[in-house]
Design a protein. Structure first.
Length: 289
C-alpha cells in the first residue's frame, strides 16, 4: 500500500509525479548562513553547486540570498536580487525546479519571472504585506513557514503555552489570510519552522507531533538540516556536534519525516536524505520496491 504524501498543486511535472517525499537541496547565496555561509556567494560557484546538488539526489533546489541565522541583519532588496537572479536563471534554464527562499514579494515576483517555480517564504507572509497578493497572482506553490519575527528578534519570541497548538494556530491563521488574499489553498505548503523562534525542546515537540501537522491536510515541509537542536542531541564529551557533522542526523529526520507523510525535506547534502526517503518508499511498497 503506497502512502504518497499530499503535494501542492502547480508543481512542475518532475515533482508532480513523484510518489515519495521530495528532497530539496539548499543553496544559500549569502556570506553568513550558519552552515554554508560564504561558500556559494559567487554566482558561478552557486550554479555549480546547484548542479552538484541535483547530481547528488536533490529533486529541486532552494535558492536564498538573505541569511536567516539567529541575529542576522537584513540586506537590501537590490542586494538580494543581485545574489539570486543569475543563479535562478541559469539553473531554471537547465530544467532544474527552483524555489526562491525570500520574505519579499518583489523578489518572489522577479524570481518567478527568472524561472523559479515555488515561493518559499520563511515569514509565512508576516514580513511583507504584499506577499499573499503577489503569490496569488503568480499562481505558484507557496511554502508558508511558522515565523514570529526577524532573525535579530527571534530568540526573544520563544514563549509558547503549548508549542504544538500555538504553532498550528499561528500557521493556520497565516494560511487563512493567504487564502483570503486569493492564494489557492491547494498550492499552500506548511512548515513548522524548526529553529525559528524555538527553544531546543520545542523542535523535538514539533517533530513528535508531526502527524498533527500532516493531518491538517496541507503538504508539509520539514527543514531540520544541520540545525542547532540536532547538534545538541549529538553531544560528544559535553560538546555539541559541529555543524558539518550533522548530516547523518539530518538524514534520520528525513527518513522519519517521509514515513510520516511529509511532502518535502530541505537539506544541504541530498544523497543521504534521498537514499533515506527511497528506503521509506520501498518499505511502504512504492515504486522502488
Ligand atoms: N530554514 C532555513 C532557511 N529557509 N525555509 C523553510 N521553508 N524551512 C526552513 O526550516 C528553513 C528555510 C535556515 O537554514 P539554512 O541557513 O541552513 O538554510
Amino acid at each position: 500500500m503506497i502512502h504518497s504524501p499530499v503535494r501542492p498543486d502547480g508543481l512542475p511535472l518532475s515533482l508532480a509525479r513523484l510518489d515519495r517525499c521530495a528532497v530539496m537541496g539548499i543553496i544559500n547565496v549569502t556570506p553568513d548562513s550558519f552552515s554554508d555561509g560564504g561558500r556559494w556567494l559567487d554566482a558561478t560557484t552557486a550554479i555549480e553547486h546547484g548542479l552538484a546538488l541535483m547530481a547528488d539526489g536533490a529533486d529541486l533546489v532552494d535558492i536564498g540570498g538573505e541569511s536567516t541565522r539567529p541575529g542576522a541583519q537584513r540586506i537590501s532588496q537590490e542586494e538580494e536580487l543581485r545574489r539570486v537572479l543569475p543563479v535562478i536563471s541559469a539553473l531554471a534554464q537547465d530544467g532544474i525546479p527552483v524555489s526562491i527562499d525570500t520574505m519579499r514579494a518583489d523578489v518572489a515576483a522577479q524570481a518567478v519571472e527568472a524561472g523559479a517555480c515555488i515561493v518559499n517564504d520563511i515569514s509565512g507572509g508576516g514580513a511583507d504585506p504584499e506577499m499573499y497578493r503577489v503569490v496569488a497572482g503568480l499562481g505558484v506553490p507557496y511554502i508558508a513557514m511558522h515565523w514570529r519575527g526577524f532573525s535579530d528578534q527571534m530568540e526573544f519570541l520563544t514563549d509558547y503555552d503549548n508549542v504544538v497548538t500555538d504553532v498550528i494556530d499561528e500557521l493556520m491563521s497565516r494560511v487563512n489570510a493567504a487564502q483570503a488574499a486569493g492564494v489557492d489553498p491547494r498550492r499552500i505548503v506548511i512548515d513548522p519552522g524548526l529553529g525559528f523562534a524555538k527553544k531546543m525542546h520545542h523542535n523535538w515537540e514539533l517533530l513528535r507531533a508531526i502527524d498533527q501537522l500532516t493531518e491538517l491536510g496541507y503538504p508539509v515541509l520539514i527543514g531540520a538540516a544541520r540545525k542547532r537542536f540536532l547538534g545538541a542531541a549529538l553531544q560528544d564529551h559535553g560538546e555539541p556536534r559541529p555543524v558539518e557533522q550533522r548530516d547523518a542526523a539530518t538524514d534520520a529526520v528525513s527518513a522519519l519525516s517521509a514515513s510520516h507523510g511529509v511532502w518535502c525535506v530541505r537539506v544541504h547534502t541530498p544523497r543521504g536524505s534521498r537514499d533515506a526517503v527511497e528506503v521509506v518508499n520501498a518499505w511502504k511498497g512504492g515504486d522502488s520496491s
